[in-house]
Design a protein around this ligand. Structure first.
Ligand SMILES: [Zn+2]
Ligand SMILES: [Zn+2]
Length: 187
């Protein structure tokens, strides 16, 4: 069974952490360890862009893991980028098994408490964990693995994997609650 570690970076919102903890448990039917919240190193902020370097945060956060085999899910209350993109909602690395979700852009017109905000965080968590588990971007606009160019794409997709992405995860040996599959499993 895959163990998850969940950490909040740069904010404290117990409700959000609890919701995401329960969500991960329900989707992946696995244990979730909550790590103590920590600050994001301020020197990873690009002063010209006013945004954090996604790859630097990814490398740094892999050291926060307690178990090598676990999947670390980090929720970071910052705006982040990688070269070539104006911003990113999240970033993941299958090797170190780290999935980061950046909250700043997900708050749009919602704030940290909104229902829509929490739904967006759930979608981005499933998306980045999907990358950790080996999934690539999907062309199905409703699938959580579609690439989100904007918050509208995020709002349009479901917090579910399409049949083909779901099938990939199941065939790779991961346990994913069938409730989070959009439809028939294509193998
Ligand atoms: Zn992606
Ligand atoms: Zn898909």
């Amino acid at each position: 069974m895959t163990v998850f570690e969940l950490i909040s970076l740069g904010f404290y919102n117990l409700k959000l952490i609890n919701v995401i903890e329960n969500f991960i448990t329900e989707v992946f039917q696995s244990e979730v360890i909550i790590l103590p919240q920590t600050q994001v190193p301020s020197d990873y902020k690009n002063i010209y862009r006013g945004q954090y370097d996604g790859f630097k945060l990814l490398r740094w956060s892999s050291n926060l893991k307690r178990l090598e085999s676990s999947i670390l899910v980090g929720l970071a209350d910052v705006d982040a980028y990688v070269l070539g993109l104006n911003f990113i909602f999240g970033i993941a690395d299958p090797k170190s098994r780290v999935a980061l979700v950046f909250l700043e852009r997900l708050k749009e017109a919602e704030g940290l408490q909104g229902v829509k905000f929490i739904t967006r965080v759930k979608k981005e968590v499933l998306h980045e964990v999907g990358h950790v588990l080996g999934l690539r971007h999907c062309s199905n606009k409703k699938c959580v693995m579609v690439f989100s160019n904007s918050i509208y794409d995020t709002d349009f997709k479901e917090f579910k994997y399409c049949g083909s992405c779901y099938g990939f995860l199941i065939h790779s040996g991961f346990s994913v609650n069938p409730k989070y599959s959009l439809g028939e499993v294509i193998s």
